[in-house]
Design a protein. Structure first.
Length: 119
């Protein structure tokens, strides 16, 4: 996927949604600009994984929303930006299973994020 967004330094919010149904992994390395503060991943039923190299440059990311990604099963906890303040997961059954239990092993790995909402 060639979007060429990394040069858009004023871009603060980005949403990828159901128009990209074929995506199985996202984002690609160096795809998104480092100044991004809000990232929304919506209705990608074939998305299976998040690419860690794609998240590494997002040092300003504050809010991550993942909704209706039924095949996504892991957040790659070790590469989520330290700047992340809010994580919202809605209608993602595999993520809910992994991170929904507040005392579960998966939840402990993302416990550094101040606000977590999993529905």
């Amino acid at each position: 996927m060639e979007l060429g967004l990394q040069g858009l330094h004023s871009l603060r919010s980005f949403t990828i949604s159901n128009h990209c149904n074929e995506l199985e992994s996202f984002p690609e390395e160096a795809l998104l600009p480092p100044n991004l503060t809000d990232f929304n991943i919506l209705q990608l039923p074939n998305l299976k994984s998040l690419n860690g190299k794609g998240f590494q440059p997002l040092t300003s990311l504050k809010n991550l929303r993942i909704m209706r990604c039924s095949n996504l099963n892991c957040l790659l906890e070790d590469v989520l930006p330290a700047s992340l303040c809010e994580l919202e997961i809605f209608d993602c059954p595999l993520l809910k299973e992994r991170y929904g239990n507040e005392k579960g092993e998966g939840r402990v790995k993302i416990s550094h994020i101040p606000t977590i909402s999993i529905l």
